[in-house]
Structure formats: structure tokens, C-alpha cells
Design a protein around this ligand. Structure first.
Ligand code: GBH
Length: 432
């Protein structure tokens, strides 16, 4: 008997850019050497009874601080042309905001090592490892952080901008704002937000206590300076001052003031590429308990969707196709880099058939989206190696290379998906 294999071929443009992605705290280790200062993830993972599933830390992780050449070799073996990695703010600047030369030296070695073998660096400035001393000042809730981040970014541009051509400011602001400061399931594990408290009161206490929960906003009133100043301008000034906070909470449309949005839109017309992380999708319907969420939307998984080792991650390749078309239609077809896409399994498998299938199917839908006019130019798989998966520690593995975290040499061991990626990079097509 012979086996019949039905394979469909999905092509990619000749100049398509392939690569892999990682993030500093998840791979580097060396958490307290060469002048590095503590980050909020050092704090979260060193706490007694930390919330990290296996009680682990990123103190050593894949030891990329020492073994970055193994990462570069692993990229090169596949033929990748781009490496997305992040820089640890905590290595670059001291508490006194002085440049830490040893930190600069480390990233110089990584960047030069990549360029030597023809791999372009794509650098994320912030992938969640905020200096702890800045968190002690309120972190992302303190407006002063804007200036601190600017000083840090300035140092990066000045130190590496001669060789790094592509930068990403923030990895997943929705995740670190909501996870870190809204619902508290990521470092610094703070649960705040006016809306949460308001809804808590409304749902749990209002019937009995009949009180009110408000928010205290501050504003001046803006008077016209002369008779040429229009009422519209007064209104605009008020919206910049008060409306930016009040409108989302109190206005009929619940949005930021349109006058403010239009003014800002004019100034920051989206330029460059949209860096997009896509993993999974969901089914949505109007909420049965509207009080539970601001969106009044309930989401769930289709039971037919394949599950990974991560509870939130199911395989929905069609979702990537529809997302790319949605972006094309809503944002005037910008250039898009897929900066993360990947699959988790349990330690320690190199027979990662689930990942191979996930990647094949997602690359195929990406190819279809490109055929249908989307301007996707690059793809970096998450992740180059197994690494510290945040609150899940080392219990969920995303690498296309496996790492045994008890082996002092931390060899990068190719999984089956490395063979897949080699073939895709070589042929510029994927078979499904
Ligand atoms: C990415 O986030 C990150 O950029 C990367 O660092 C990470 O390693 C990778 O995903 C894999 O997780 O645990 O149910 O509360 C992906 C988006 C948003 C997915 C937060 C996990 C937490 C869900 N992430 N989410 S839950």
C-alpha cells in the first residue's frame, strides 16, 4: 500500500524576511552581573511564594548573556535573516541614570555578531523588564516615566543606531498595562483601575450601601484670550485638559474627545511598519453578565480548535488571515511585520509535531493574505529557544530549539520545527 499525500504549496515573495524572536529577561540570565540593576521581574520571581507556577526565576534562564554566540549560530543554521531581541533597560542605565558601559558592551557583541553573519537586528526597547527603582516611583503610572524612557531610548539610538535600523518601542502595551497594572497577573502584579473599583462597588455593594464612586479630575477653565478666539478652540482646550479623562468615563460615546483625537491623528500619521504579535483567536458574543466587563462581550474557544500547553493559546490559522485583512482595510494597508507567532508544548520535546503543524498552517494563511494584497514583509517566530515563560516559568516551552535548563552548557537542541523553518527559508514556500 502506498500513502497518498495531498500537499498544497503556499509561496512567499522573493524578498520576504524570515527570523526568530526573543526577549531579554526570558533568555539572558546573569541577573546581577556587570552592573545590571534589578527589574520588576527579578523582584516578582525572588519573592517568597512568588506567583510563578514552578517557583522558578530568570536568574540564569538560557544564559544568553554568556552563550549569545550559541543563539547566533542557531539562527545562522536555519538561514534566518533577522533576529528580534530586546535590550534590558536594567543593563544600560544605572539608578542614577548613568550609562553602564558593560551593558552597552554586551549588546554591541550581540549586534556585531549578528551582522557578521548577515543577520539584521530588530530591537525591542521594552519587553517588560522595568527597572525596579522606577516601579518604586510608580512605574508606568507615573507620568515622569515618559522622560526616563526617552533618556533610555536616546542612549540606545546613540549607542546602537549606527548598526540597528529597526526598533520597536514597546512589546504588547495591552499586556503589560492590563497584566501589570490592571488585573495584576504580571509583574508588578498591581490591581488598580478606576473601572474595576467602580464595577466592584456597583456589583457587590451598591444594592446595600446605595453610595456613589467617582473619580477626582483636575482642570482649569479655559477662557478666550481675545475676541478672535472661537468657542471651538475653548472647547478643544477643555477637551485636552479635562475631556481626555472625563470623556472615556462620562461622555455618551465613551471615547477620547474626537477633537483631541483628530488633532493628534494629524500629527502622528502612522509611519513605518506595524509590528504585530499573533497567536490565537476566540469566539465572541454579547455578554450574559454585562456588568462583568466594559466591553460586554463574552469570549470562548471553539471545541474543535487544537490546544497548546498554554491555556490561552489555541490554533486558529484562519484568525491570522482575517486579522491581516482587517488591518489592511482599517489602517490603509500598512507594512506589517509579524513579530511573534508560535506554539507551546511541555518540556522537553524535540518531536514537536504540534508546533510544526501550527507553523505550517499559519504560514499558509499568511501567504494567502499576502496574495490578497496585505503588505506583510517579515516574520519572526516566537521563539528561537525555550525560555522563561513569565508566570508559567519553565513549564511551557515555545522554542524551536529546546533547552535543558539543568545542563550548565545550555546547548540549543533543534526540534523538528527547525527543519521546517530551514525548508521554508530555503524555498520561500510552505507545504500544507
Ligand atoms: C507574548 O505575549 C510575549 O510577548 C512573549 O514574551 C511570550 O513569551 C509569548 O507571548 C508567549 O506567551 O495566562 O491566561 O492570564 C502573548 C500575549 C498576553 C499571552 C497575556 C498570555 C496571559 C494569559 N500574552 N496572556 S493568562
Amino acid at each position: 500500500l502506498s500513502t497518498l499525500v495531498f500537499a498544497e504549496i503556499y509561496n512567499f515573495p522573493n524578498n520576504f524576511i524570515w527570523g526568530a524572536a526573543s526577549a531579554s529577561y526570558q533568555i539572558e540570565g546573569a541577573w546581577n552581573v556587570d552592573g545590571k540593576i534589578p527589574s520588576i521581574w527579578d523582584t516578582a520571581s525572588h519573592k517568597n511564594n512568588s506567583s510563578i507556577r514552578d517557583g522558578s526565576t530568570g536568574d540564569d534562564a538560557g544564559m544568553s548573556y554568556y552563550y549569545y554566540e550559541k543563539d547566533i549560530q542557531a539562527l545562522k543554521d536555519i538561514g534566518f535573516e533577522v533576529y528580534r531581541f530586546s535590550i534590558a533597560w536594567t543593563r544600560i542605565l544605572t539608578k542614577a541614570n548613568q550609562v553602564n558601559q558593560k551593558g552597552i558592551d554586551y549588546y554591541n557583541k550581540v549586534i556585531d555578531g549578528l551582522l557578521d553573519v548577515g543577520i539584521q537586528p530588530l530591537v525591542t526597547m521594552y519587553h517588560w523588564d522595568l527597572p525596579q527603582y522606577l516601579q518604586d516611583l510608580g512605574g508606568w503610572t507615573n507620568p515622569a516615566i515618559v522622560k526616563y524612557f526617552e533618556v533610555y531610548a536616546d542612549t540606545l539610538f546613540a549607542s546602537f543606531g549606527d548598526r540597528v535600523e529597526e526598533w520597536i518601542t514597546f512589546n504588547e502595551p495591552k499586556t503589560f498595562c492590563n497584566g501589570g497594572y490592571g488585573e495584576g497577573w504580571d509583574a508588578p502584579e498591581i490591581k488598580t483601575a478606576h473601572a474595576n473599583v467602580y464595577h466592584l462597588y456597583k456589583n457587590k455593594y451598591f444594592t446595600k450601601q446605595q453610595g456613589k464612586v467617582g473619580i477626582c479630575l483636575d482642570t482649569t477653565f479655559s477662557f478666550p484670550a481675545n475676541e478672535n478666539v472661537t468657542d471651538e478652540l475653548v472647547d478643544k482646550a477643555m477637551h485636552f485638559s479635562l475631556g481626555r479623562y472625563a470623556n472615556p468615563i462620562y461622555s455618551a460615546d465613551g471615547d477620547y474627545p474626537s477633537v483631541m483625537r483628530e488633532a493628534i491623528d494629524q500629527r502622528v500619521k502612522m509611519k513605518g511598519e506595524d509590528a504585530l504579535n499573533y497567536y490565537t483567536s476566540n469566539l465572541i458574543k454579547p455578554s450574559l453578565n454585562p456588568a462583568d466587563s466594559d466591553s460586554e462581550i463574552d469570549s470562548s474557544f471553539d471545541p474543535s480548535w487544537k490546544r497548546s500547553a498554554s491555556s490561552w493559546l489555541v490554533s486558529v490559522p484562519e484568525g491570522l488571515y482575517h486579522l491581516l485583512l482587517w488591518i489592511k482595510d482599517h489602517y490603509n494597508n500598512p507594512l506589517v511585520y509579524i513579530t511573534e507567532n508560535g506554539w507551546s508544548d511541555l518540556p522537553m520535546t524535540t518531536e514537536d509535531d504540534g508546533r510544526v503543524e501550527y507553523l505550517r498552517e499559519h504560514l499558509a494563511t499568511m501567504s494567502r493574505a499576502i496574495t490578497d494584497g496585505c503588505r506583510v514583509e517579515a516574520y519572526t517566530v516566537w521563539s528561537l529557544t525555550d525560555n522563561f515563560e513569565w508566570m508559567k516559568g519553565y513549564t511551557e516551552r515555545f522554542g524551536i530549539y529546546a533547552i535543558n535548563f539543568t545542563d550548565p552548557e545550555r546547548p540549543r537542541i533543534p526540534k523538528k520545527s527547525v527543519d521546517l523553518m530551514k525548508q521554508v527559508v530555503r524555498d520561500n514556500f510552505v507545504e500544507v
